[in-house]
Design a protein around this ligand. Sequence first.
Ligand SMILES: CC(C)(COP(=O)(O)OP(=O)(O)OC[C@H]1O[C@@H](n2cnc3c(N)ncnc32)[C@H](O)[C@@H]1OP(=O)(O)O)[C@@H](O)C(=O)NCCC(=O)NCCS
Length: 348
Amino acid sequence: MHGRRARTYGGRVAITPIDLADDALMSRMYAVVSAVRVFERPHFVSPPEASAIGDLRHVDEGESTHLWGIWEGDALVGVITAWLPLSDNTDTVWMELDVHPGHRRRGHGTRAIETIVGFARANDRTRIVTEAHYPVDRADDHPYRLFAEHNGFRLGNTEMIRRLTLPVDPRLLARLGDGARAAYQGRYRVEAFTEVPRALWPSLCECMNRVGTDAPTGEIDWEPETLTPERYGGYMELDRATGRVRLTAVAIDEASGEVVAFSELALPPTITRAQQWGTLVRADHRGHRLGMAVKVANLVSLQELYPERADVTTGNANDNEWMVSINEQLGFRPLELCPAFYRTLDPV
Ligand SMILES: CC(C)(COP(=O)(O)OP(=O)(O)OC[C@H]1O[C@@H](n2cnc3c(N)ncnc32)[C@H](O)[C@@H]1OP(=O)(O)O)[C@@H](O)C(=O)NCCC(=O)NCCS
């Protein structure tokens, strides 16, 4: 048998919800997702199983998490993960779709999209957003892009993932830190924390809520998020429970005592990679090199406290020139693309 039929699995196929409380099934789910994420990406490091599952099980009033297994008979060959934002961006389903490399081109991905479209409609959502990762030189014709477009998605934004090999020369950090300080001194102070003091949580959350709206995201617009100090506290507990360290550098406006800029690094347990999460300077406090200042402060703290970390990864849209220029100065270099695809559904 040749061609398409040879690629088709002849047995029973099914897509069924995964009970997040089912330890054995969650462990199989993790194995499939990890195999997909590392496929053709030798640089990728999966977070450890317990922390990945802990994150998925986290209960947050601001979003709910949903999983489905894609089955060939008794073999789990793929996973759909979906998040429903509940207090902002309530038009959207955020989705990840992973089909095991040994079971592709059998229609699983397409059936998974039908499942997620049904789920979106059942929850009154009109937009599905998802991301992929592939090499920079395959921007136009990578199979994941072809798959997405075949299934009614549009490329809405492309981020470049960059990697910084550690340690950064302390002299470079000192030079960049000093240059920034000269621009903000007297008006702001910059501090790096492993745990941000509670008094700063409200203004920190306000900054965090602007990341999606203020960073360029191409055709995919986001409403401000609605993270509250209470929900932030829940994430602090999640970090403790999963063994993740979160380093947060902030710039505080001396006049108001409020956080007006922040940058977060996440350090998953057991692996040696750190991930850059959000960085933002509030619009009314830009132009004082606070972006560089908080990034440098966090890297200094990372290198002092966690010298075992080998590298940091970060992602930015190409038109985010300000952030890209800071990252290039720090030594981040291109690693791969992270395109975002979206599909809009007519309201029913
Ligand atoms: C993208 C992915 C989900 C596709 O899963 P799949 O089960 O192979 O998808 P399907 O069999 O339903 O493919 C549907 C169509 O997509 C296109 N497509 C999928 N893979 C392709 C490839 N390697 N080359 C060209 N076209 C491809 C084809 O049009 C295909 O139809 P055809 O087989 O009749 O030609 C899978 O490759 C995957 O898990 N990738 C890694 C994770 C990821 O990037 N997910 C997000 C993608 S938006």
